[in-house]
Design a protein around this ligand. Structure first.
Ligand SMILES: [Mn+2]
Length: 354
């Protein structure tokens, strides 16, 4: 799998002599290295991975088919000795991931190379998942789904958001996740109007909705899912808004297919919410790519210029947020297929009243 990825990367880099990858998720995707300190250098002839003493054994285990160099000082200090950089060598780097300090260091150690930014290269390739990655993401989603189903039975009046978030994290780890793929969101009642309400000490009261937005990180891949459930009988608005968000989410699922513009898909779901008069209460984009990071390309937003392509994994997550009342969001992670999409989340989207 990783050999294919490398070939695709090289095929797309004909205008330069070599490419430097400094983003840890991009390095993981290309090399298999899961540590935090390393850089990867790719040329048509060589593939070199540089890390430090702390990762000597780990890199030997994880990075196959690469020359592994253990740096004695700073990682870039190894560059002049690699026998790669002839005068005028054109080296591409990732402008979104190399620090200014790193850039200056690079210029110092390679004064005669031409150092040039190449944006979004690995991100673009990474957005199309192979079947092995999709399988892993299904397993990741399943871990999160199962943990969430268990936590539902722990919800009661007086339970604190932070307790439920902790239970969810704990159960995902017990089921094999290395960690949560992002900080678990649990937001109840008026706090559900905060699209990214981190769990607080607030106690859940009867009649309130609770938004759970959570995911697992399993073998390097992330999942992302949101469900909104109600404790006891909600007010009239609760059912109305839930029904609206559910219809919008369904429109997104029905519209998701290879060849569709990401911006159009955003519009298909947003239109329903706007027509119901809640357009200004849905202030975020419909979704985003997911993979080795929880937020990847493509963005599924009105501003996106990308087309959905077969093998992309994206979220579809409309929401309506009303200050001093609360909110509802429903999110699934889907794989884009030729004639539609495959949902990776298996949790119900029926109205759940506990
Ligand atoms: Mn999401």
């Amino acid at each position: 799998m990783r050999t294919k990825r490398l070939k695709k990367l090289l095929d797309s880099l004909s205008e330069i002599d070599g490419f430097l990858i400094t983003s840890p998720p991009n390095i993981f995707w290309l090399t298999g290295f899961s540590g935090s300190s390393g850089v990867a250098l790719v040329t048509p002839e060589r593939r070199i991975f540089i890390t430090d003493f702390r990762y000597q054994e780990q890199s030997a285990e994880e990075v196959k088919g690469w020359e592994v160099v253990i740096a004695k000082k700073r990682l870039f200090d190894e560059f002049p000795q690699l026998g790669v950089f002839s005068d005028g060598f054109k080296l591409g780097f990732e402008p979104d991931h190399l620090t200014f300090d790193g850039y200056q260091r690079l210029r110092e150690v390679l004064p005669k190379a031409e150092v040039t930014p190449i944006k979004g290269k690995v991100e673009g390739l990474k957005s199309i998942k192979d079947e092995g990655e999709i399988q892993l993401m299904k397993e990741t989603a399943k871990i999160a789904d199962e943990a969430f189903s268990e936590v539902l039975s722990l919800i009661h009046a007086g339970a604190k958001e932070i307790e439920l978030a902790t239970e969810l994290d704990y159960r995902m780890k017990k089921k094999g996740a290395a960690k949560a793929s992002f900080e678990t969101i649990v937001a109840s009642g008026w706090r559900a109007a905060l699209p990214h309400g981190l769990p607080s000490e607030k106690e859940i009261k009867s009649g309130e909705m609770i938004i759970f937005d959570f995911g697992a990180n399993y073998r390097g891949y992330c999942s992302d899912c949101t469900r909104t459930v109600f404790l006891g009988e909600p007010d009239e608005r609760g059912r109305e808004i839930y029904g609206l968000v559910r219809r919008a989410q369904r429109a997104g699922l029905e519209g998701a297919s290879a060849g569709v513009k990401a911006s159009e898909l955003d519009g298909m779901a947003r239109k329903l919410i706007e027509e119901a008069g809640y357009g200004t209460n849905f202030g975020h984009s419909l979704g985003h790519g997911v993979g080795v990071s929880v937020h990847e390309v493509p963005k599924v937003s009105a501003l996106s210029e990308e087309n959905l392509r077969e093998g992309m994994v994206v979220t579809i997550e409309p929401g309506v947020y009303i200050p001093n009342w609360g909110g509802v969001r429903i999110e699934d992670m889907v794989v884009i297929r030729r004639d539609g999409c495959e949902i990776l989340t298996s949790l119900t989207k029926d109205f759940v009243q506990l």
